[in-house]
Design a protein around this ligand. Structure first.
Ligand SMILES: Nc1ncnc2c1ncn2[C@@H]1O[C@H](COP(=O)(O)OP(=O)(O)O)[C@@H](O)[C@H]1O
Ligand SMILES: [Mg+2]
Length: 328
């Protein structure tokens, strides 16, 4: 591990990480790096290996192979030291629902050598007005913010958020997103996992797309999969009987629509619309588009994994067990 950067500019470094469960290879040799202060997303379908990876980095699961450095520590052998410097937000809440918000934070803060001030935490996650409410009275979004508050109680440098908004309604997701953005404003480093493309796009400075235990693509969301330079596609509906000039080579798509992928977009659009005007033809449903992050993601990962009942309950079980050993 001597080659790894411990200057503080790199928060997480992963090289050749592997993990198998019996016959099943969950993580098949992945590499990535997270710089300090960065929001980094592992984006992938169910079963891609996201939770396995994050649990190895947290020190909750042993790796089979590869090198891992988290805040300059090896989570495989230095998990105890690591624990007071990281914050963890699990997929589901397991806190005592009869405690108040303030009591819950106080309870967790007590485990840490240098806890963050409770009022500061409440403000950060926007729960000041709920400080004396019992947890069971909180909405889903507020409970999630409480989870983040708990993760912040030890004032960690690095936060892990495993699917922070899965199962949320749109407004709760927005609330959770704003909290994550606030974390970045504090200079915290964040590793989150998600299977939502829009979440990765909105929150992450950089994204690694993971599928079948491998990273298939990584980079800033705007340029992922080369989508910033990908060719635009022009689509339109050609009226029956209309014959395009030979230099406008289109291919049919569904529903009587045709498409063409021009080398020079402006010139081709001009040529096409010029021809249509001359002919007095209306090009119905004319559109021009570049691949969205979703297009890129679907292409990289194949169709996103269906929610698999067995997998989900197995995961829920695992999380309940972990909650008991959450604090250092
Ligand atoms: N404790 C476990 N025992 C056996 N297989 C597991 C265990 N945890 C996860 N897996 C399997 O490993 C693969 C990756 O799972 P996971 O890391 O949870 O992926 P993700 O978080 O991306 O959904 C899946 O095929 C999953 O079923
Ligand atoms: Mg998972």
């Amino acid at each position: 591990m001597a080659v790894m950067d411990r200057s503080g500019s790199t928060a997480v470094e992963v090289r050749g990480l592997t993990k198998a469960y019996g016959e099943l290879t969950a993580v098949a040799g992945i590499d990535f790096e997270i710089r300090s202060g960065e929001i980094f997303a592992l984006l992938g379908p169910n079963g891609a290996g996201k939770t396995t990876t994050i649990e190895i980095l947290e020190g909750y699961r042993q790796r089979d192979g590869g090198e891992v450095s988290v805040l300059g520590l090896d989570p495989g052998t230095q998990a105890e030291r690591l624990r007071s410097r990281i914050g963890i937000v699990l997929q589901s809440t397991g806190v005592d629902r009869y405690l108040t918000v303030a009591e819950t934070i106080a309870m967790y803060s007590a485990y840490y050598p240098h806890p963050r001030r409770r009022d500061e935490i409440l403000e950060l996650v926007g729960l000041e007005a709920k400080r004396d409410s019992r947890v069971l009275k909180l909405s889903g979004g507020q409970q999630r913010r409480l989870d983040v508050a708990i993760a912040l109680s030890g004032d960690p440098d690095l936060l892990f958020l495993d699917e922070p908004t899965t199962g949320f309604d749109p407004s709760a997701r927005r609330e959770a997103w704003e909290v994550v953005k606030n974390l970045a404003g504090l200079g915290k480093t964040v590793l989150l996992t998600t299977h939502y493309m829009d979440e990765a796009q909105y929150l992450a400075d950089r994204v690694a797309v993971i599928a079948g235990g491998r990273i298939v693509e990584s980079g800033p969301p705007a340029t992922l999969g080369g989508r910033d330079t990908a060719r635009a596609v022009i689509r339109f509906r050609l009226p029956p009987g209309a014959v395009l000039p030979a230099d406008l080579a289109v291919s049919p798509v569904a529903d009587g629509m045709v498409e063409l992928v021009p080398e020079t977009l402006t010139a081709t659009l001009h040529r096409l619309t010029g021809w249509a005007l001359e002919q007095g033809i209306e090009l119905e449903d004319l559109s021009m588009a570049r691949p969205t992050l979703e297009d890129v993601y679907l292409e990289l990962t194949g169709a996103p994994g269906a929610h698999h009942g067995e997998h989900i309950s197995q995961e829920a079980d695992r999380r309940r067990r972990r909650r008991g050993s959450l604090v250092p």
